[in-house]
Design a binder for this molecule. Sequence first.
Ligand code: FMN
Length: 206
Amino acid sequence: MASTLSFFDAVRNRRSIYKLDGTSPISDGRIEEIVRQAIQDVPSSFNSQSTRILVLLKEDHEKFWNIVMDCLRAIVPKESWPKTENRISGFRAAYGSVLFYEDPEVILKLQEQYAIYADRFPQWAEHTSGMHQYAIWTALEAEGLGVNLQHYNPLPDQRAAEVWNVPQAWQLKAQLVFGSYGPGVREKLPEKSQKPLEQRLFVYGR
Ligand SMILES: Cc1cc2nc3c(=O)[nH]c(=O)nc-3n(C[C@H](O)[C@H](O)[C@H](O)COP(=O)(O)O)c2cc1C
């Protein structure tokens, strides 16, 4: 649980957990507190604070995944539909979702202000979003929730903007799905597969 996990314990504890149910081991208030703290303390490029977050719980979470389901039904070939339906139903069965947006207006202003870096800001906004995603993913798992990260954008963007009064210009980047998981689920996760560290980490000047 959160208070007893060191930072690196929490980093190690974070996994993708898909078998989630519609309950939460922590209160809605605590979930909101975690997201609030992340949005306040996670850094952004040029301190742009371009990330916008929507937390959808219970019926609103279900509504979001129904929207995704409807969007996919319109485009997925019939023969693949059962698999797709099953996957989306799994996400819908969870407790909540965190939707990560970036506000392009903030990015545009930075591009005007710092023309020399204009072409970099969109990429840095992706980094900023990723940092928020990772912080919240890790924090929710540290509190005992199971979490997985999805990318069904831009399919549901328009409808979601209408339903939750999100400015149409905001760009949806990712969806974090969370909920409780049953006994044994974590133990049955596949081992973390690791490519050799020597191909990935290089230290000089020791
Ligand atoms: C940037 C990024 C994008 C990802 N996108 C998806 C995704 O769209 N759907 C999904 O099921 N998992 C997604 N994942 C989860 C990874 O597949 C997963 O983290 C990786 O296989 C390691 O497994 P673990 O999370 O259990 O440690 C994503 C992870 C990252 C970091």
